[in-house]
Design a protein around this ligand. Structure first.
Ligand code: NCD
Ligand code: ZN
Length: 347
């Protein structure tokens, strides 16, 4: 039985760091573990230009712990009025590593998102040409569609038409939650990958209601059924290069989580690699961990793997910690599912 594992330092291919005090408070948790991260652009004022991205990148570097080499990889927030020409220019100076599609109204800070996919077809055309990946929040916002079906309906209404029209466009189907999503990715022969989060490896929709309604288990896309979780787990441990880690760590202050209209998003950075390792261990797939966390995503985004390693060890007793961090006068609670955590990063 394996109780310790050393892997190439992982990367996080989907991360929300926010800004200001929150950024400074949450960054050390990610910087300690990950070599690089794709930084989501959904700030209150979204990152839509190369200049904004560069300023944001500098703000991240400014609060990065001294000993860390963590590298933020910036992305562009796609709006109805994103200009294809500007993307060309930005791509030439490597300002963006991906362009993020948030359907307008789908999730936290998505009000400026895309209202109709056809409006951004000229931009997708340009991205296809230059090889800039499209990162998608794959949910429709149609209020008539059941919240648990929004990923599946997105495939049919948005993703499939885009794939047909732009077959060479590289797409990252972010935070896969459903069997339909996994099956769809598996059916594609090229240019289609997906990120998987620690929490979607652990949660089902039952967790939202266990012991009373629990906003700390609430994120979008929302966790789904046991069957869906099974499909997501199977994909993660399969060794198929199209599936890799994106934590979707998304901090919100406790006062935004603990209220009617609770914010969607789970702050999992501190426990992310421990829980992922634990799930791989439970599924007897520790030999597939490094590919999922440290190799496949780098390959897709055109990077070499990180030059250092990390070591994780299985503890005898469940890991104890504060399970919250302070952010100014607020606190942000750390993802703590119903499953005790035994795997911890020790080096
Ligand atoms: C994210 C956030 O809070 O920014 N929330 C979430 O539930 N995942 C946005 C997102 O990725 O959907
Ligand atoms: Zn996200």
């Amino acid at each position: 039985m394996n109780t310790e594992i050393t892997i190439i330092r992982p990367d996080d291919w989907h991360l929300h760091l926010r800004d200001g005090e929150m950024l400074a408070a949450v960054l050390p948790s990610s910087a300690k573990i990950y070599g690089r991260a794709i930084i989501m652009p959904n700030l209150v004022t979204p990152i839509t230009t190369a200049e904004q991205a560069e300023e944001y990148r500098k703000r991240i570097i400014a609060v990065r712990p001294e000993e860390s080499h963590f590298e933020p990889l910036m992305t562009c927030y796609l709006t109805d009025s994103t200009s294809a020409d500007e993307l060309h220019t930005a791509f030439a100076v490597q300002a963006f590593h991906a362009v993020k599609l948030f359907p307008a109204g789908a999730t936290t800070n998505s009000d400026n998102g895309v209202t109709d996919i056809k409006k951004v077809y000229p931009v997708l055309e340009a991205m296809q040409e230059i090889g800039l990946p499209l990162s998608v929040h794959g949910e429709v916002v149609d209020p008539e569609v059941d919240v648990f079906d929004r990923e599946a309906v997105f495939i049919e209404r948005v993703l499939e038409p885009v794939r047909k029209r732009f077959p060479e466009l590289k797409i990252v189907f972010e935070h896969l939650t459903s069997k339909d999503g996994v099956d769809y990715v598996l059916e594609q022969d090229k240019n289609m990958v997906a990120t998987i989060t620690p929490h979607h490896l652990l949660l089902t929709r039952n967790d939202l209601f266990k012991g009373g309604m629990n906003p700390y288990m609430y994120c979008l896309p929302v966790a789904k059924t046991f069957e869906d979780r099974e499909a997501v787990r199977k994909a993660a441990v399969s060794g198929d290069e199209r599936f890799f880690l994106g934590t979707d760590s998304a901090p919100h202050p406790a006062r935004a989580k603990e209220k009617a209209g609770a914010a969607a998003g789970i702050f999992n950075a501190p426990t992310s690699i421990g829980y992922v390792t634990q799930v791989f261990d439970e599924l007897n797939a520790l030999d597939k961990l490094e590919g999922f966390t440290s190799i496949y995503g780098a390959r897709f985004y055109g990077f070499s793997t990180n030059g250092s390693t990390i070591t994780l060890a299985k503890q005898e007793e469940a890991v104890e910690m504060d399970w919250q961090i302070k952010v100014g006068a607020d606190i942000v609670k750390i993802f703590k599912p119903d499953t005790p955590l035994f795997w911890d990063m020790v080096d």
